[in-house]
Design a protein around this ligand. Structure first.
Ligand code: BGC
Length: 737
């Protein structure tokens, strides 16, 4: 990142790593698609992507992953016949004289300005683009060329079909069509044969000297331009993407109509509409920190990253762990959404949080299949969930750096807290919004099936006279297959409580619905078991020193310091967990675990217990997951230590600005954006420093701002009323908007 201004971030890097980093940092999107922050001339080596939400494909036996659409905003420029010969005007060419890319994160506009020096002439390209919020299928680009001497140029504009795929290619059966300036590609996915169409419609401000078509690696117009010195030559490109999953008829016809509408409206007007849409988003979603420019900008940027992937266009969609920044993590939805992303939307725009629940309702059958696969009843949600809810997580999810062999990992089979996380998010949605209609729409069924999973999973120890949860992995993935993981057991208890409370809530508000749901899934026989498990489920409590042991036997592991452990690593990319991982036999943990539990169930524990666990676990936490630091920040705020919490907030809020995060787990690429951290930054700022909570529909604030901040202002959408909240060091104001 070169510069972070009030509403923009810029970079001028052209090295390979910088190109990849900018792909994430300068991402634009609209919930339907994410378009990476690469330059217009990018070929597949720049890792460009127009990543589609909810469209997945598997090629052969490789990992199933989301589909990248052909790139309808491709523009390549060549100087043909410059004094020193032909030059492809790319940012990798030696003739590049200057280059800058800027993301305006107020309006989701990516722009670039690059100049090339060719003999005596300078050619400059200025381009800007955005992913339309008014029509989520649409990408709009304005691309201008100006030279300071007369020069012949060749423009190759159109749809690039040579894509960056991790486990692709995913698209086959390509067919091209052309109508004047309108180019199209129709194809379908390999596995499910989902039709996909991309249209790229360009309007030129000039008459090309000649025009041809290139159908080699995509569908392009080749325009010859005799550029005159000092004249601007502009192309406006409107590219639209539709798939067979969109309920708008034939994808090609729909894409043509969408691009056609935009071209008729024109770029300037489409941009004006875009700004209005973003103003409306910020009206609800902005958070303004005063007193600390960097924090204000970094937090707003984090919120931008969340807003560009918020699924508003369709029911039953969620947010993948790397957003729409590419195919990393198989485009899968993890617990990140429920525990780290949903809270922001729940307070700013509850309809989006409701959609995350609709997604879990829609994928309940996948969770039932997974439970059955492992010999359990109920719903065991996928650790890595795609559109059906079947688990995309492989049993060998990490590749060992030393042997190059896939390593057996237990994220899929043992991270059983996932179902409780889903149930937690539904209960929290109801508690905060007061909207219990979700129960009747599948929400109760989900909660009951999750509870039923734990009923069948729990083990009764006759000797100890209690139910235990054995052979699981908690949030700290470095310690696999442990017994009585405190976080997991406490989450399960919450799930059982949620089931009981939601049963009685629906019993009061809609008794017939309750009867119907209980009969439908035959839960009657489980009601007694639910009570029994709830009464005798073991949840670890603090020891004499106040510390809660993360799992049985944790305190018998080697107490090796983080620095010492780091020094034992032989390869910067090696995986610290798994059978032979350097952390597995020690007390070093990957991410917040007990501390997360103390944060979620804060009311159950006095401040001195929170403090004791913070002090104990933080020095032993690698923060090897972007989900970690924000949790420490939150708990530290609760214990009144905002200054301690502050750097944890900053690190979280800047993660996608600096790009400073892990890019590999073993040999598996895990780079991309970090929506959970983006949501975590909001949690730390608003739930942590402002001390916001909603209790019985009432807004509670306990300000504990760090010294650098003078105030935090934000909107709150609570029970259909919008509030403007301003929190200051010594107090706060709340007003209805
Ligand atoms: C973390 C998980 C998280 C996943 C996706 C992993 O590194 O340990 O908790 O769900 O990344 O963000």
């Amino acid at each position: 990142m070169r510069e972070l201004s009030e509403w923009s971030v810029s970079d001028s890097g052209t090295g390979d790593d910088e190109i990849v980093a900018n792909g994430n940092r300068l991402l634009i999107g609209n919930g339907y698609l994410g378009y990476r922050g690469t330059v217009e001339e990018a070929d597949a080596s720049y890792l460009p992507a127009c990543n589609l939400s909810g469209v997945y494909d598997r090629r052969g036996g490789l990992w199933r992953e989301p589909v990248n659409a052909p790139n309808g905003l491709s523009v390549r420029l060549r100087a043909t016949g410059a004094a020193d010969g032909d030059h492809p005007l790319s940012i990798k060419d030696s003739s590049l004289a200057s280059h800058e890319q800027v993301l305006d994160f107020r309006y989701g506009v990516h722009s670039r300005s690059s100049a090339w020096r060719l003999g005596g002439a300078e050619v400059r390209v200025r381009a800007e683009r955005f992913a339309s919020l008014a029509d989520v299928h649409l990408l709009c680009l304005r691309y201008s060329i100006r030279a300071d001497l007369d020069i012949r140029l060749e423009i190759r504009q159109g749809i690039d079909c040579v894509l960056w795929d991790i486990n692709g290619p995913h698209l086959e059966g390509r067919a091209f069509a052309r109508d004047g300036g309108e180019l199209s590609v129709s194809c379908r996915t390999q596995e499910l044969g989902i039709p996909l169409a991309v249209v790229s419609l360009s309007a030129l401000s000039f008459e090309p000297a000649s025009e041809a078509v290139d159908e080699s690696s995509g569908h392009f117009r080749i325009l010859a331009l005799d550029a005159k010195a000092g004249v601007d030559y502009t192309l406006c490109v409107f590219s639209s993407v539709y798939t067979g999953l969109d309920k708008d008829g034939d994808p090609l016809a729909a894409a043509r109509a969408s691009a056609g509408r935009a071209a008729a409206e024109g770029y300037a007007s489409a941009l004006a509409t875009q700004k209005e849409k973003w103003d409306a988003i910020w009206e609800k979603g902005d958070v303004v920190i005063e007193g600390d420019d960097y924090s204000r900008r970094a937090l707003r940027y984090s919120l931008y990253q969340l807003q560009i992937i918020a699924p508003r266009h369709a029911e039953g969609l969620s947010i993948p762990a790397r957003g729409l920044s590419g195919q990393t993590y198989k485009g899968a939805i993890f617990w990140d959404t429920e525990m780290f992303i949903a809270p922001y939307f729940l307070h700013a725009e509850p309809a989006v949080a409701r959609n995350f629940i609709a997604y879990r309702i829609a994928t309940l059958d996948g969770a039932r299949r997974k439970a059955r696969e492992y010999g359990y009843r109920g719903a065991f949600y996928a650790w890595e969930s795609q559109e059906t809810g079947d688990d995309a997580c492989s049993h060998f999810n990490v590749v060992d750096v030393f042997t190059g062999r896939p390593m057996r990992t237990y994220f899929r089979d043992k991270q059983v807290h996932i179902s409780a996380d889903v149930a937690y998010s539904i209960k929290r949605y109801i508690d905060i919004t007061g909207d219990s209609s979700i129960l009747d729409e599948g929400g109760l069924e989900v909660i009951l099936e999750c509870a039923r999973f734990y009923i069948s999973f729990a083990y009764y120890s006759p000797e100890r006279g209690r139910y235990e949860i054995l052979d699981v992995t908690g949030p700290d993935e470095y310690h696999e297959r442990v017994n009585n993981d405190a976080f997991t057991n406490r989450m399960i208890r919450h799930c059982l409580d949620a089931a009981r409370e939601c049963l009685s809530l629906l019993g009061r508000t809609a008794p017939e619905s309750l009867e119907r749901i209980v009969a439908k899934i035959g839960f009657g026989a489980d009601l007694g078991r639910l009570e029994e498990l709830r009464a005798a489920l073991y949840v670890p409590s603090p020891g004499e020193d106040g510390v809660i042991e993360q799992f049985d036997g944790y305190s018998r592991l080697e107490d090796c310091g983080l620095d010492e452990l780091r020094s034992r690593a032989l390869d910067p990319r090696e995986y610290w967990g798994g059978a032979n991982g350097i952390a597995s036999g020690t007390r070093v943990i990957k991410q917040a675990d007990v501390v997360l539990m103390l944060n979620l169930f804060g009311a159950d524990y006095p401040p001195e217990i929170k403090k004791a666990n913070l002090d104990y676990y933080e020095p032993r936490t690698e923060h090897g997951s972007s989900l970690s630091r924000c949790v420490y920040s939150l708990l530290a705020c609760e214990t009144g230590d905002s200054e301690w919490a502050y750097p944890f907030f900053r690190k979280t809020a800047e993660i996608d600005l600096t790009g400073d995060s892990k890019h590999y787990a073993g040999l598996v690429y895990i780079g991309g954006t970090h929506p959970a951290a983006n949501g975590g930054a909001w949690m730390a700022a608003v739930l942590g420093f402002c001390g916001l909570s909603i209790v019985d529909g009432k807004i509670i604030l306990k300000p504990r701002l760090p010294a650098a901040w003078t105030s935090v202002s934000f909107s709150l959408s609570l029970r259909n009323v919008e509030y403007a909240v301003v929190v200051e060091t010594g107090g706060y104001t709340i007003r209805e908007k």
